[in-house]
Design a protein around this ligand. Sequence first.
Ligand code: AHR
Length: 334
Amino acid sequence: MKNLLNTTFSRRAFVFSALALSAVLMPGCANKDQAAGGDAGDKKPTIGFVQTGDLSDWRKAHTQSVKEAAEAAGYNLKFADGQAKLENQVKAVSSFISQGVDAIIIAPLEVSGWDNVLEKAKKRNIPVLILDRQVEVEDDSLYVTYIGADTYNEGILAAKWLVEKVDGKAKVVELQGSQGASPTINRRDSFLEVIKDHPGIEIIASQAADYELTKAKEVMEAILKAKGDEIEVVYAHNDYMALGAIQAIEEAGKKPGEDIIVLSIDGMKSAFEAMVAGKLNCTVECNPLQGPKAMEAIGKILAGETDGIPKKQMVLDKVFDQSNAAEEIGSRKY
Ligand code: AHR
């Protein structure tokens, strides 16, 4: 598999040099950048980037990080917003392939559904980088590398924090992210993995709220009506859902952070504000500023230097709670 990737991408590096040379020797000829929609005579590589959507500050920070890093690296970035639909994302990737972009970056909404379009990209020798969320494909050589947070570890960190906080005993409501997304799967599985050794910690309700604040508020309202006084903890798969749950808890006349412990994942500035206000107890960081690392990898891929690129490049995240939120809040970038 490694050899195939190397051959494919070395060929691309060769094509780059040849195109640059032909542009110098034959300035009137159409080059690959023109085919990809670049300006006439513009020799910048064109990268297609497919995002999941733009529903939260986390996602906006992620998009901005990729756009800024692409600009700093001197690439033309073609951006497509999947608007929370997998079919939109697949169509956008197909369109990038037809346009003949030099590389594609995908932040996949869901783990499944990628084999066919990635095979098409491979046939056209277009390298693919998977960013932020993971994919499950039959053939791993369909993409070069995955760059993102270790979302499995985030669930472990959240669960360990909780075990210590409640001394191994609590009734928990879990608010899951969108179904089929790798962070949802990982954050659920890893949390369960830790609490299985602590039988006093029990999940009494678990529902999807799709990483959305308003949905989480609605879901939490219903759970509060059904389970009311039983609820001791809310574990939300992201900060936005925790903020929605906090609103629902307050409207139900309870104090989030005191009557009900709230913990989540992302480490957004708004989560820090909630911790400082005493309404959120803990957030595990999931850093969205992944653009520079992605562009570093794209640079190597386009230069044909794929040998040293690991299949997974994961950033380690930190745990923050009310004990360190105030001193950290000033340095939050998203
Ligand atoms: O894929 C990362 C997750 O997706 C973040 O935790 C969340 O906020 C976003 O929707």
